[in-house]
Ligand binder design. Structure first.
Ligand code: ADP
Ligand code: ZN
Length: 810
């Protein structure tokens, strides 16, 4: 093969480029290479080899970055799928899989030749030649500093043509290197040690004798750091023993281990409960017998309430896969919140668990990566990006809390969803996937219902009391509180329950759904919410214009002083913060110890772990927090969970807002009563008959699902259609709007030309964060089937981003 298709590391390059392979250079698919690109030389990854180039004129590959192939065939195939499906530059997709610290620049160096000048040089040429000769080796950036960017390039080209200088290309210094530290090893033979000790004692070299004594009987070398700590031993002492040829000092590579601080207790697997056993057998059958139907995806949906023993199933499945000579990846929504999970895994598979996430130092990331690639660990745990760990022999991918939105990368390209990529990766590698949740994503449950995924259920909770019912949930109508003259955040029943719980010395969590607060307007008297008469979603308050705007169709009205339904002047912008909850709690319970857990508190004062640990150690009585509280935490001493206001999420202008709210309510409700005592949950709401609140109060996922899936079907939302979100951002509001309208017309024109019926466009509408970082953002949604084909025919100018299967619409 004489040509290579290369994905180049140049921002926004949507396609690969053809390069000729120079004679004598060995290049393979998955290899990192240096390629000329414009006036620079940059890194690229070879994706294909061919006999013919895809274009007429090609440049040559300039060199290889490393001898060995960097990415496996499965990885390069996966990257190509991601790039195609999510409309992302191929290099962006590949970058997910590259080792930490991979990205480097190439630096051009110039060296003088022995040739003499036999023609007159310009003053600039003379100047550059002088610098190169003085330095013996000068880099292009150095010359640019002397004479200017454009000139440096021109003049060095001229001097090269005169053969007065030569050019070499070198990679910039690596950002991160393996860590090596000095070790001391005993090399003296058995017979030499005693006489040597005697000699040392005699010459009063007691420290040397002590060190020799310490090393005797230690076949493994000991690091100098440890010798310093243990023996307070100085370098001089070591050097002295070295010069006597009794020990040698060598530099050894060490692994920067992010889990080294954990004090692990190894835990043998428990005997499965009968219902776990049933669930486990259906998964085990597929792992062991490979009894796979080719028509079916190798995907399980493990549906079970919090505390039903799902994690135990993951551990069993991993053990089984490992016994079969394979390995597994377990994705968790957010590493900061899952220290417990990591400890549980590391305790079950001691020394065989790697973690990968952005909170690690670059050195730790680098070492974990190498360790994973070497095949010396069996399990990788981490957030969505851990899916791309270079784990050989992948047999199992687990996605814990699969409904979580953090599995979708929204803020940068490629905007992938780890769940869908995991299913693709499983197909490519022959692995199986276990998706797990107490409140599965509507789309996932639908797939299971359709038989695409295999549904496995765990119905009961396991607690130290054995099986236990879910906590008792009561719903409080906040309108009644107001009528009774109670204007505080807490209803009378919540106050009473808090009082009782504190009197018992038990713990409380108070949950506030912050998402979407202060964005819609509601009447505190009758519960009325302004909605769009055309689209029926809640109108969003825009403070700059003082208007309520529909984010679907741009219908808008000014904010009126009184409620259109009951005429009372009770309209209120919704915005309650955790701070206010804290103040009111303090007011009612001055003696209670409070702990606030939100983004502000975390970044300013504590880490997630510190807050959690101190609450678990009962250093506080009440934990007040937002979304984070809802995540899978084990808080056994909590017996009361209060949801301050369940409605906030309901009125978010997004077809997924019901699903989202239901998931949050169920998760908070699941927090109470995980320990010895049964728990109680109080949901406060202005809309007690809303089906979402009703279903959440009964822990009735299926009831919710049936209503929700009907709604999705009726309005043709996913999973019955596909959505693609196109966002255009521009510094000028009107230009942004014009461009968005232009693309809207373009799409409609394309639709008419191809006669596509099952397809429509929503927008253009402003995004929820309309003005972000000085730019206005407009969005269009394409909805229908086969959108990929449609979209691949459009060429969108700079400024557009494409989000395939967006998790939100605002
Ligand atoms: P989930 O992942 O569904 O929240 P876990 O696997 O964490 O559930 O289980 C809940 C609790 O029950 C944990 O404390 C766990 O140690 C315990 N547990 C799970 N399976 C068993 C079992 N078979 N026998 C005894 N305890 C179990
Ligand atoms: Zn509308």
């Amino acid at each position: 093969m004489n040509y290579a298709e290369v994905a180049v590391n140049s921002p926004g390059s949507r396609s690969t480029f053809s390069y000729a392979i120079p004679p004598g250079l060995n290049v393979d698919v998955g290899q990192a290479v240096w390629v000329p690109f414009g006036s620079r030389v940059i890194q690229g990854i070879v994706l294909q080899l061919s006999d013919e180039p895809s274009v007429e004129e090609t440049k040559e590959i300039a060199g290889i970055v490393a001898d060995s192939v960097l990415l496996s065939p499965i990885q390069t195939q996966l990257a190509q799928w991601i790039s195609g499906y999510y409309f992302a530059p191929p290099f962006d997709a590949l970058a997910l899989m590259l080792p930490p610290g991979f990205e480097r620049r190439a630096i051009t160096y110039f060296q003088p030749t022995d040739s003499q000048v036999d023609l007159p040089l310009t003053p600039e040429q003379s100047q550059v030649l002088r610098v190169v000769r003085e330095k013996r080796k000068a880099s292009l950036p150095e010359l640019e500093k002397v004479i200017g960017e454009r000139e440096a390039k021109q003049i060095t080209d001229q001097l090269l043509a005169f053969q007065l200088i030569t050019k070499t290309l070198e990679a910039e210094k690596p950002k991160i290197m393996p860590k090596v530290v000095p070790y001391v090893r005993l090399i003296a033979g058995k017979g030499e040690i005693e006489p040597a000790k005697a000699r040392l004692d005699k010459s009063r070299a007691y420290r040397q004798a002590q060190l020799l004594e310490f090393l005797t009987g230690r076949p493994q070398p000991v690091s100098i750091g440890e010798l310093r700590k243990r023996l307070n031993c100085s370098l001089t002492t070591i050097k002295a023993l070295e010069s006597r040829h009794l020990v040698s000092v060598e530099r050894l590579r060490i692994r920067r281990d992010p889990l080294s601080h954990l004090s692990l207790t190894t835990s043998p697997p428990p005997v499965l409960t009968p219902s776990q056993q049933v669930a486990w057998e259906s998964i085990q059958e597929v792992i062991v017998k490979k009894a796979r139907q080719p028509s079916k995806l190798p995907v399980f949906l493990l549906f079970g309430v919090t505390g039903s023993g799902k994690t135990e199933i993951y551990l069993q499945a991993l053990a089984q896969v490992i016994a079969a000579g394979k390995r597994g990846i377990c994705l968790i929504p957010e590493i900061a919140l899952t220290q417990q999970t990591v400890e549980r895994f590391a305790g079950r598979f001691p020394g065989r668990v790697a973690v990968l996430h952005s909170g690690l130092s670059l050195g730790e990331q680098f070492d974990e990566w190498q360790w994973i690639m070497s095949g010396n660990c069996d399990v990788v745990i981490g957030p969505r990006s851990a899916l791309f760990a270079p784990l050989p022999d992948l047999g199992l991918i687990i996605i814990d809390e699969e409904h979580e939105w953090t599995y979708k990368q929204e803020d940068k390209s490629p905007r992938y969803h780890a769940r869908d990529v995991a299913v693709k990766l499983a197909q490519l590698s022959g692995a199986i996937v276990v998706l797990a949740s107490a409140t599965p994503d509507i789309g996932s449950f639908h797939r299971a219902e359709q038989g695409e995924y295999q549904l496995v259920e765990l119905k009961e909770r396991i607690t130290p009391r054995g099986y236990s019912p879910l906590p008792e949930v009561s719903v409080v109508d906040l309108r009644e509180e107001l009528k009774a003259g109670n204007t505080s955040l807490f209803s009378r029943s919540l106050l009473a329950a808090m009082k009782g719980t504190l009197a018992q010395g038990e713990q409380i969590v108070l949950f506030l759904n912050r998402r979407g607060t202060a964005t819609f307007v509601r009447c505190r008297n009758c519960g009325f919410v302004f909605r769009c008469p055309r689209c029926s979603i809640a109108l969003t308050y825009h403070s700059t214009e003082k208007r309520l705007i529909c984010h679907r169709c741009r219908y808008s009205i000014p904010v009126s002083p009184s409620c259109p339904r009951c005429s009372r002047p009770c309209l209120r912008l919704l915005g309650i913060g955790t701070q206010r909850v804290e103040e009111e709690t303090r007011h009612f319970f001055p003696g209670a110890r409070l702990l606030r857990w939100d983004r502000d508190a975390i970044t300013k004062r504590y880490t997630h772990e510190e807050v959690l640990t101190s609450f678990r150690d009962h250093k506080a009585d009440v934990l007040i927090g937002t979304q984070m509280i809802a995540k899978g935490l084990d808080l056994p001493q909590v017996t009361l969970a209060g949801i301050i206001n369940a409605d906030t999420g309901l009125n978010f202008p997004d077809f997924r807002s019901s699903e989202r709210t239901f998931q949050l309510l169920c998760q908070v409700a699941g927090r109470a009563g995980r320990g010895i005592k049964a728990g109680k949950v109080i949901i406060q709401t202005y809309s007690p008959d809303n089906y979402i609140i009703e279903a959440a109060a009964k822990h009735d996922y299926l009831g919710f699902y049936c209503k929700e899936i009907d709604y999705r079907r009726q309005y043709n939302y996913p999973p019955f259609s596909q959505l693609i979100r196109l966002v255009y951002s521009h510094a000028d509001e009107e230009s942004g709007h014009r461009e968005a309208e232009r693309v809207h017309r373009l799409v409609l024109g394309e639709k008419a030309k191809k006669g596509m019926i099952d397809f429509n466009v929503i927008g253009p509408v402003p995004t929820f964060a309309f003005r972000a970082r000085g730019r206005y953002r407009w969005q269009l949604f394409l909805r229908g089937s086969d959108l990929t084909r449609m979209l691949s025919r459009l060429t969108l100018p700079r400024g557009w981003t494409i989000d395939v299967d967006p998790v939100g619409m605002v």
